[in-house]
Design a protein around this ligand. Structure first.
Ligand code: MD6
Ligand code: FE
Length: 203
C-alpha cells in the first residue's frame, strides 16, 4: 500500500448515509495538557439551559459557546450569543482547520465532570447550521465511548474518543444518524469536548 497512514486517517466509520472520520492523537501529550488546563481555567463555563416539556432546566454538564462577533444560535429552545474567541481557542481552531481544510465560525464546548454526565441521543441539525456542513470535535481528558445510531435502520457504530483526538462529521451524517455520549459509572475523571461548527451568517 502506498500511503497506509493517510488511508487509515480518512477511513469512514459509517457504513453509509454520511461520513465520520476519527483521527486519534491530533494533539501531542504536551498540547493535550496545555489545552485542558487552559480551558478549565479560562472558559466561562455555565450549566446548560434546555427546555423540557416547556420548562427550562439546568444540566449537570457545563457548556460554553464561543464564536465570531454577534453570532446567535438557538438549540433546545434557548437562544445564545457567542462569547469572543480566546487566544487558546483560536490556536486550537487553527490546528483543526488545517487538518479539516474547512473554516469554522463557532465552537460549542462541553465539560463533563465525570462518567455520570453524558449527552443524550441527538443530531446537530438545527436550522442555523449549514446543511451537510462539517462539524469537527476535539476531545480532552477522560476517554469516553461515543455511539452512532441510524434513524431508520438498526445499525449502530461505536467509537472511543481518546484524549487529544479529533472526530469529524460531514455529508449526510446529521440527516441519517443520531449520536450520544453514554454515561458510565466507571469513569471518575473529567472530559472536555469542543465542537467547531459553521453557523449561517444570515441569522
Ligand atoms: C461529545 N459531541 O463528544 C458530544 N456533535 O461530548 C457531539 O455531540 C458532537 O462530537 C457533532 C459533531 C461531533 C460531536
Ligand atoms: Fe452533537
Amino acid at each position: 500500500m502506498l500511503f497506509p497512514e493517510c488511508l487509515n486517517d480518512s477511513k469512514n466509520l459509517l457504513p453509509f448515509h454520511g461520513e465520520v472520520i476519527y483521527r486519534p492523537a491530533l494533539l501531542n501529550p504536551l498540547q493535550r495538557d496545555f489545552f485542558f488546563q487552559s480551558f478549565c481555567k479560562c472558559i466561562l463555563w455555565k450549566q446548560d439551559e434546555i427546555k423540557l416539556f416547556g420548562k427550562v432546566i439546568l444540566t449537570k454538564r457545563k457548556v460554553a459557546w464561543y464564536g465570531d462577533d454577534f453570532l446567535k444560535y438557538t438549540y433546545s429552545g434557548v437562544t445564545k450569543t457567542a462569547l469572543p474567541w480566546t487566544p487558546e481557542l483560536i490556536q486550537l481552531k487553527l490546528l483543526v482547520e488545517d487538518y479539516c481544510k474547512v473554516s469554522f465560525n463557532s465552537c460549542l464546548l462541553n465539560y463533563y465532570h465525570n462518567g455520570q454526565e453524558g449527552m443524550a441521543w441527538h443530531s446537530d441539525d438545527e436550522d442555523e447550521l449549514e446543511e451537510n456542513g462539517t462539524i469537527a470535535s476535539v476531545s480532552l481528558g477522560a476517554e469516553r465511548k461515543f455511539v452512532f445510531k441510524h434513524k431508520h435502520l438498526l445499525q449502530k457504530v461505536n467509537v472511543v474518543l481518546e484524549d487529544g483526538s479529533l472526530l469529524i462529521m460531514k455529508g449526510d451524517t446529521q440527516k441519517f444518524w443520531l449520536h450520544s455520549l453514554p454515561v458510565s459509572k466507571k469513569i471518575f475523571a473529567p472530559r472536555i469536548n469542543l465542537t467547531f461548527r459553521r453557523i449561517g451568517e444570515l441569522n
